[in-house]
Design a protein around this ligand. Structure first.
Ligand SMILES: *Cc1c(COP(=O)(O)O)cnc(C)c1O
Length: 216
């Protein structure tokens, strides 16, 4: 399935994050050998171990909830953090990035589904973060876009409406805070079951695991 999904995304100018959580080194190396360079993980320790064992030109993306006390373990190498959901987390990432003289690209994660188990901001909370950041600049972070997860359901209309909501949030933030910053350009949405709908609704980055690697 990898080749098809890879072509589907590249034909549409969408970045493909291959979600390799729980999968062994060999599976990742195999995809790497076919050209894949962006991998997504949701656990810091697992990502660290894989980082040390695999080629250094892989871009490792954290896609799951990130605890503040774990940022220090990945700040030297993480390629992107998709799951920023508080000002405190943003400030810690900034501090740790500074220690390594890096600028870490991050996405603000939004709660777009009706499910209450999922992490993420409301738009008003993002305003709070952005208003603070405008006064107290964070220099070692680049906020490059937004991320969200749709409901886990067969209801395509519901999924589509949630993706539309994330696109609206992106546009709103872009106009309000980033109108002069071209780097604010990413909408990370779409997983194995819904990435085609997500792309139709404006996704620029899909996070696909089981459709590439098989069931976990
Ligand atoms: C696991 C995970 C994915 C990938 O899920 P699949 O259904 O296996 O494609 C995408 N995004 C996040 C945040 C995840 O935790």
């Amino acid at each position: 399935m990898y080749k098809e999904i890879q072509k589907y995304c590249s034909d549409r100018n969408v970045s493909l994050v291959a979600v390799s959580k729980t999968k062994p080194i060999e599976d990742i190396q195999n995809l790497y050998d076919q050209g894949q360079r962006i991998f997504g993980e949701n656990k810091v320790q697992e990502m660290e171990e894989k980082y040390y064992k695999l080629p250094k030109d892989i871009s490792w993306h954290i896609i799951g909830h990130l605890q503040k006390n774990k940022v220090k373990y990945i700040a030297s190498f993480v390629g992107m953090i998709h799951s920023v959901d508080s000002l405190e987390l943003l400030q810690i990432i900034d501090k740790e990035a500074k220690k390594h003289n890096r600028i870490i690209p991050v996405l603000l994660q939004f709660h777009i589904s009706k499910e209450d188990t999922k992490f993420g901001l409301q738009l008003s909370e993002a305003y709070g973060i952005m208003d603070d950041v405008s006064i107290n600049p964070i220099e070692n972070i680049n906020i490059v876009g937004v991320m969200g997860m749709a409901s886990f359901t067969d209801n395509i209309n519901l999924i589509r409406s949630e993706f539309k909501l994330l696109k609206d949030i992106f546009t709103n933030l872009k106009n309000r805070y980033f109108s002069t910053q071209n780097s604010f350009s990413e909408i990370s949405m779409g997983m194995s079951g819904d990435f085609k709908i997500a792309i139709e609704e404006g996704s620029t980055m899909v996070r696909v695991g089981s459709a590439i690697f098989g069931a976990r």
